[in-house]
Design a protein around this ligand. Structure first.
Ligand SMILES: [Zn+2]
Length: 195
């Protein structure tokens, strides 16, 4: 596409951008907006602003606004998330995990405690090994397929009427996707009512 060469020409033609072919003060040879700003400089400034914003902890008002936005646009937010390429989601999650190490440490220890509490004292060393193998299998499948596999408790460790055990015959390797579908089916309101 041919751009006007000067700001004056651009104005005359009613164009939004022009291209002088000369480097800007920061050395970019790029399009300039009609106001005279180089588009590469604009991008740089945006990125700097964005980074600065991300460093700052979110205010309560901003968090509340985020929640309200989600409530109003739930379907769209979910549809967008579903349409996002898996690698992107994985990368994002990894980044979140790396920037919240304390949270993840806490989650792991909660899970360990849950497993320990649900492991009967009469379990044999062989059975413990069988459990370990299931976790290794899930890891292996994740590596092989690129899809995340997890170890699922067939009867959940904590459910309304029964308490599942952390024993080999209550464990199976499934994809995380299947696992999430399953947990969605559990009605958490029942827990809150203490049923
Ligand atoms: Zn520039």
């Amino acid at each position: 596409m041919d751009y006007p060469k000067t700001r004056k020409e651009a104005k005359e033609q009613g164009a939004t951008h022009y291209f002088t072919g000369e480097p800007c003060s920061r050395g970019h040879v790029a399009l300039r907006k009609i106001k005279g700003i180089c588009v590469e400089c604009m991008k740089e400034d945006w990125q700097i602003d964005n980074e600065k914003r991300k460093q700052k902890p979110k205010s309560e008002a901003a968090k509340e606004a985020g929640r309200r936005y989600y409530e109003r646009n739930k379907e769209m937010v979910k549809a967008r998330a579903a349409a996002r390429p898996k690698e992107e989601t994985t990368k994002h999650k990894q980044k979140y995990k790396n920037s919240n190490p304390e949270l993840y440490k806490a989650l792991v220890s909660v899970r360990r405690r849950k497993h320990r509490k649900a492991t009967p004292p009469w379990i044999t060393a062989e059975q413990k090994l069988a459990i370990r193998k299931l976790y290794l299998q899930a890891q292996e499948l994740t590596k092989l397929t690129g899809e995340r596999y997890v170890v699922d408790h067939i009867v959940p460790l904590i459910s309304f009427d029964i308490c599942g055990l952390h024993v080999p015959w209550n464990l199976r390797v499934i994809t995380q996707e299947e696992n999430l579908k399953k947990s969605n089916k559990i009605d958490c309101t029942l827990f809150k009512k203490g049923v």
